[in-house]
Design a protein around this ligand. Structure first.
Ligand code: CTP
Length: 210
């Protein structure tokens, strides 16, 4: 299999030196990439800025903004069998990026933010015979919200995890299918969760592998 993985946060710049982002370490996506390689498959990693070293053997694409992640993933997805979207994409960006550096004025400022494009939903629209596994980070109405995301983004499955996963070495996840049923649940280090997830995908995507 050749699997596309998104990982890490994206950044959206207010001016040339300031940005907003998400508190994502990239650990889950990098652990998944390593698990894919360990299982003898090809991994294509599209990552926002993190302090991790890309696993040796992965085809690595560094991106910064959501637009860059979008463009890179849309180009690479058709060449892969499926995608695992573990990135913590910035949901909003400033309406305008100011050139240079904004100076302080001593007065409060307000920032107009608009929604970024949804990378996973865009891949969902170009799905064809590919499989799609999304992640959902939920703090309340977890299963219901995750299922809505799965459907809205045209995923086959979605991994439900919670805010405790952010910046942690560990994760506790549930895998939901299109009916909203929990078809697997794993807890432990992100490395062990990633191994179990890849093992599960090997079995359950077998009919889709070219
Ligand atoms: N995602 C994406 N592009 C975005 C936002 C999210 O590709 N602009 C992907 C994430 O990588 C993840 C899934 O969509 O696989 C769900 O992300 P999550 O942050 O849980 O949900 P959002 O769709 O951003 O919705 P909300 O923040 O309202 O919960």
């Amino acid at each position: 299999m050749r699997i596309l993985v998104t990982a890490g946060p994206t950044r959206e710049y207010l001016d040339d030196v300031r940005y907003i982002s998400n508190a994502s370490s990239g650990r889950m996506g990098y652990a998944i990439t390593q698990a894919i390689l360990n299982a003898g498959h090809e991994a294509v990693l599209v990552s926002g800025p993190v302090s991790l070293v890309p696993p040796i053997g992965a085809e690595f694409h560094a991106v910064e903004s959501t637009d860059q992640m979008m463009q890179t993933c849309r180009e690479l997805f058709p060449l892969c069998d499926g995608v695992i979207a573990a990135a913590a994409v910035c949901d909003y960006k400033p309406r305008e990026r100011i050139a240079g550096k904004m100076s302080k004025t001593g007065a409060p400022i307000s920032l107009e933010m608009i929604e970024t494009d949804d990378v996973l939903a865009a891949l969902g629209k170009q799905k064809d015979s590919h499989w799609i596994l999304g992640f959902a980070l939920e703090a309340q109405n977890e299963r219901e919200n995750a299922l809505q995301k799965l459907r809205r983004k045209n995923c086959n499955w979605i991994v439900l995890n919670r805010p405790e996963a952010i910046a942690s070495e560990k994760n506790s996840v549930e895998l939901l299918d299109e009916t909203g049923s929990t078809i697997a649940a794993w807890s432990g280090t992100k490395t062990s969760v990633a191994e179990k997830l890849v093992c599960w995908l090997e079995i359950n995507t077998a009919s889709l592998i070219k």
